[in-house]
Design a protein around this ligand. Structure first.
Ligand SMILES: [Zn+2]
Length: 94
């Protein structure tokens, strides 16, 4: 659902998420409950790739309701060390 910008004469601007079919419907300020008028602004388009968008949505969801885990995630295999300088191979190993 799109986000619309409204302006209250007392409290100022606020965002409201509502269906497009209700874009022209009157709104009331969430702080003082007075009628607010819609302000036309640049559209907040979501043109992100699907994977990035779902990751950002999960990040926002986890801010309020984090997932609870009981064990660490499984290891995916041996960690590859990237050698950019051959002198790194002669350094002592831990
Ligand atoms: Zn207000």
């Amino acid at each position: 659902m799109p986000t619309y910008l409204f302006s209250c004469t007392v409290c100022g601007a606020f965002d409201l998420i509502r269906p497009m079919s209700e874009s022209g419907a009157p709104a009331e300020c969430p702080s003082c409950a007075r009628p607010a008028r819609r302000v036309l602004a640049a559209p907040a388009l979501r043109s992100l790739p699907t994977g990035l968008r779902s990751a950002l949505d999960a990040q926002h969801r986890s801010a309020d309701l984090p997932d609870v885990v009981t064990s660490p995630p499984p290891r995916t295999g041996r960690v590859q060390r990237r050698v950019t300088d051959p002198r790194q191979l002669r350094l002592p190993r831990p």
